[in-house]
Design a protein around this ligand. Structure first.
Ligand SMILES: Cc1ncc(COP(=O)(O)O)c(C=O)c1O
Length: 401
């Protein structure tokens, strides 16, 4: 291959050089006497990214879907009632996973482009005097539509109703990129994966469970084996795993968490917000709309861009890939053909985001979509210039001499 592909799907994301080196290590002995010195520190450090001191982190070989399954099967029993909303492919798939585990899901269907309907949740919870609902699901960032939901508001609704249901959050495309506060928001199960905000190759399901969730796991009856918390708890306590762990990814995860904490989580979130805002300015300069229906839903990790009537968003992505080596996200399910998606999460800076915008513009113009050449790129450039970190050129010159 003459040059690399520009990866702007909303995960897997670009793996930075430091993390590529971190995973490029020899296989190691997962039962070695000094292995726990590494793993016990790692399990503690990952908690910082979830903002939990009370919860426990589990690192399974797997992907986000495995994390969903771990969260659900460890804490619920067949027949348990679950409250969920469906507003995109991923919130849909989580509901599907619950149904396949014989849970009874009360699904609230919401227009794709909006997020968790907090008022409807509050109503359902207040009406459930017998506390039959055992689980409340929130897809924090719906990657299919570029919509972020308000987790704290769902916690407030649970508290207002005095409802004891556990709160489950899909943070696969939010955690480590968008503000997430497990303890403060009273989240009981939080799910992520290695290949998005953690900037690593795919292969780890990263799950955190609250004390209440761990209590629930003691009596939950859903069948589980590979994802059993109990086996992990028994072995993790001494720094080991119940089966062969993905050691190279664990080494990578330590480096990833180090990078995130060195940058500072608030700075990581601010960087994502700023880059996303530049992308949104570009979309607006193109005269196009986002799938997200209002600013309160705007996602800082992915933007789903609606293409004009008569055009197919998947053609934009296909052409961008074949002609310009730019990978964009496709429209999935209900929005297939209607949108293309720009992933702007993970290891990313201004000029990288501009590359994606430039490729989108070229592909759209090639297809005959009426966007002015350079319009989106210029709008994002100006926003990035105006909001760039000030640089003291004098000091930089002095340092160079
Ligand atoms: C919000 C969300 N949840 C869950 C998943 C499923 O994760 P995975 O594909 O890693 O199994 C994805 C994947 O893109 C996602 O974006």
């Amino acid at each position: 291959m003459m040059s690399h592909n520009h990866l702007f799907i909303p995960g897997p994301t670009n793996v930075p050089e430091r993390l590529r080196h971190a995973v490029d290590v020899p296989m190691e002995d997962q039962r070695a006497p000094d292995f726990p010195a590494f793993t016990l520190g790692l399990l503690e450090d990952v908690k910082k990214v979830f903002k939990t001191t009370q919860g426990q982190v589990f690192l399974f070989p797997g992907s986000g879907t495995g994390g969903w399954e771990a969260a659900i099967t460890n804490t619920l029993s067949p027949g348990d009632k679950v409250l969920a909303a469906r507003f995109g492919q991923f919130s849909h798939l989580w509901v599907d996973l619950c149904q396949r585990h014989k849970l009874v899901v009360d699904v609230i269907d919401v227009d794709w482009g909006e997020g968790v309907p907090v008022a409807a949740y509050a109503e359902r919870l207040a009406a459930d005097k017998a506390h039959e609902i055992k689980a409340v699901l929130v897809c924090h960032n719906e990657t299919a539509t570029g919509v972020t939901s308000d987790v704290a508001a769902v916690r407030a609704a649970l508290d207002a109703a005095g409802h004891p249901a556990l709160l489950y959050v899909d943070g696969v495309s939010s955690i480590a990129s968008i503000d997430f506060r497990m303890d403060e928001w009273g989240v009981d199960l939080a799910v992520s994966g290695s290949q998005k905000g953690f900037m690593l190759p795919t292969g780890l399901a990263i799950v955190a469970a609250s004390r209440r969730a761990l209590e629930a796991a003691k009596t939950a009856q859903c069948p589980r084996c590979f994802f059993d918390f109990a086996d992990m708890i028994r072995t993790n306590k001494d720094g080991y795993f119940p089966y062969t762990p993905a050691t190279t990814l664990l080494r990578g995860l330590q480096a990833s968490v180090d990078m995130l904490l060195e940058e500072g989580l608030d700075n990581v979130f601010a960087r994502h917000h700023r880059l996303a805002e530049g992308v949104r300015r570009a979309v607006s300069a193109w005269g196009l709309e986002l799938c997200a229906k209002a600013p309160k839903w705007y996602s800082d990790t992915v933007s789903a861009v609606c293409v004009p009537e008569g055009f197919n968003g998947n053609d934009v992505a296909k052409l961008a890939y074949l002609r310009y080596k730019l990978s964009l996200g496709l429209g999935l399910s209900q929005v297939a053909g209607k949108v293309f998606r720009i992933g702007h999460l993970g290891s990313l800076n201004d000029l990288m985001a501009l590359t994606a915008l430039s490729g989108c513009e070229m592909a759209m113009r090639d297809l005959g979509i009426s966007v002015e050449a350079g319009s989106g790129v210029a709008a994002a450039q100006e926003y990035y210039r105006q909001t760039a970190r000030p640089v003291d050129i004098g000091a930089a010159k002095a340092a160079a001499i």
